[in-house]
Design a protein around this ligand. Structure first.
Ligand code: UDP
Length: 343
C-alpha cells in the first residue's frame, strides 16, 4: 500500500543541509513526495544516500542553486509542486561579517528568485527558514514573536529582510507563508546515520562539544562564565533537529488547511546554560568533555530562549525530545566509533 499523500509534491531548497535533510526525512516518513534541491556548496554529497537508507520514500534530488530561477521554475512546473520549504541560505554569523555581499546574494537574491519562480508557477504555499537571531537579544526571555527585533550581523539582517520581503508578498495576496524562527537546533536522527555535517568548521556549541569529546579538537572553549545567569555561562534554547523538522510538516498542514500566514518561534521554551548542557552530555554519554573558560565571544548575549505558546496554539506542535535525547543523538552521530558509516 502506498503511503503517498494525495496532492502535489513539496519542493525543499537547501535539502542536503542540516535542518533540510532532517526535514526531507520527516516529510518522507509522513508520506509526502519530495523534490530535494541543493547545490552542495555547504553540504555533503552522501546525504541523498543517507536519507534513502532511512526511508524508501518518493524523493527526487536536483542539484541546483536556488538563484537559478529558470531551473526552479522548471522544477515547479514539471512536478506539480504544491508547497515549498526554503532552507537554502548561508548561515554563519561570523562569516557573514567578513563576506556580507555573499550573504545578501545567497539569502536575499535566493529568496527573491524563489518567490518570483513561485509566482510564475502559481505555487502559493511557503515555509520559510528564519532564525531567532532576528530578535534583539538584550530583551528579557522568553521572547515572543512580537518581541523587539534587531540584528547584530549581516546574517541576521539577511533573514529579517527576507522575512520582510515575504511579508510584503503575503500582504499582496499572492502567498501564504509560515516563517519559523529557530532557536538552537541540535542533535541528529536517532539512527545515527544522518546529522550535522557542514563543509565549513562548526562554530556552534553542540558540534564543538562533540569535537572536543571525540578528541578531534582542542578542549572546548567556554566563552564567558561571568554572565548574569545562574552559573555565569550563556543560556540558550536548544531544540532537537527532529522536532524542528516536525514543525515544518506541521506548518505544511497549517497552510494546506487554509489558515493563512504565521510567524512562529521554534524552540522548547527552556533555557539551558553551557555548563548544564555539558553536564547532561557527560551524564548521557559517559564522556568527559575537556574545556577551558575564555573571554566572552563578541556579539554574544547572556540569555535567549523562546516563548513557544504560539507554535503550540497555531500548529499544534511542540518539541517532544528533551536535552538528554539531544545529547545522545548528537553523540551517536558524531562519536568516532559511531553508527554513521553507510557500510
Ligand atoms: N559557546 C561556547 N563555546 C563555543 C561555542 C558556543 O561557550 O565553542 C556558547 C556561546 O557563547 C553561547 C552558547 O554556547 O552562550 C550557544 O552558542 P551557539 O554559537 O551554539 O549559538 P548562538 O549563540 O548563536 O545562540
Amino acid at each position: 500500500m502506498s503511503l503517498r499523500k494525495p496532492g502535489g509534491a513539496v519542493l525543499v531548497t537547501g535539502a542536503a543541509g542540516y535542518i533540510g535533510s532532517h526535514t526531507v526525512l520527516a516529510l518522507l516518513r509522513e508520506g509526502h513526495a519530495v523534490i530535494a534541491l541543493d547545490d552542495y556548496s555547504n553540504a555533503q554529497r552522501d546525504v541523498p544516500t543517507r536519507v534513502a537508507r532511512l526511508c524508501a520514500g518518493d524523493v527526487q534530488w536536483v542539484e541546483a542553486d536556488v538563484r537559478d530561477q529558470a531551473t526552479v521554475e522548471a522544477v515547479l512546473a514539471s512536478q506539480g509542486v504544491e508547497a515549498v520549504i526554503h532552507f537554502a541560505a548561508r548561515k554563519s554569523v561570523e562569516e557573514s561579517c567578513r563576506l556580507p555581499l555573499a550573504y545578501y546574494d545567497s539569502n536575499l537574491i535566493g529568496t527573491l528568485r524563489l518567490l518570483a519562480a513561485m509566482e510564475v508557477s502559481g505555487v502559493r504555499r511557503l515555509v520559510f527558514s528564519s532564525s531567532a537571531t532576528v530578535y534583539d537579544a538584550s530583551q528579557p526571555s522568553p521572547v515572543t514573536e512580537t518581541g523587539r527585533l534587531s540584528c547584530a550581523s549581516p546574517y541576521g539582517r539577511s533573514k529579517l529582510m527576507a522575512e520582510q520581503i515575504i511579508s510584503d508578498v503575503v500582504n499582496s495576496g499572492r502567498l501564504d507563508c509560515v516563517a519559523l524562527r529557530y532557536f538552537n537546533p541540535v542533535g541528529a536522527d536517532a539512527s545515527g546515520k544522518l546529522g550535522e555535517d557542514a563543509a565549513t568548521p562548526p562554530s556552534n556549541l553542540m558540534p564543538r562539544i562533540c569535537l572536543a569529546a571525540a578528541g578531534k579538537s582542542d578542549p572546548l572553549q567556554i566563552f564567558g562564565n561571568d554572565y548574569d545567569t545562574p552559573d555565569g555561562t550563556g543560556v540558550r534554547d536548544y531544540v532537537h533537529v527532529a522536532d524542528v523538522a516536525d514543525a515544518h510538516v506541521a506548518a505544511l498542514r497549517y497552510l494546506a488547511a487554509g489558515h493563512g500566514s504565521a510567524m512562529l518561534n521554534i524552540g522548547t521554551g527552556c533555557g539551558t546554560s553551557v555548563l548544564q548542557l555539558l553536564r547532561t552530555f557527560t551524564e548521557v554519554t559517559g564522556v568527559d568533555v575537556p574545556y577551558t573558560i575564555e573571554a566572552r565571544r563578541q556579539g554574544d548575549v547572556a540569555s535567549l530562549f523562546a516563548d513557544v505558546s504560539e507554535a503550540r496554539r497555531m500548529l499544534d506542535w511542540s518539541a517532544r525530545r528533551g536535552l538528554a535525547e539531544m545529547c545522545a543523538d548528537a553523540w551517536r552521530w558524531a562519536r568516532p566509533d559511531g553508527d554513521r558509516a553507510l557500510g
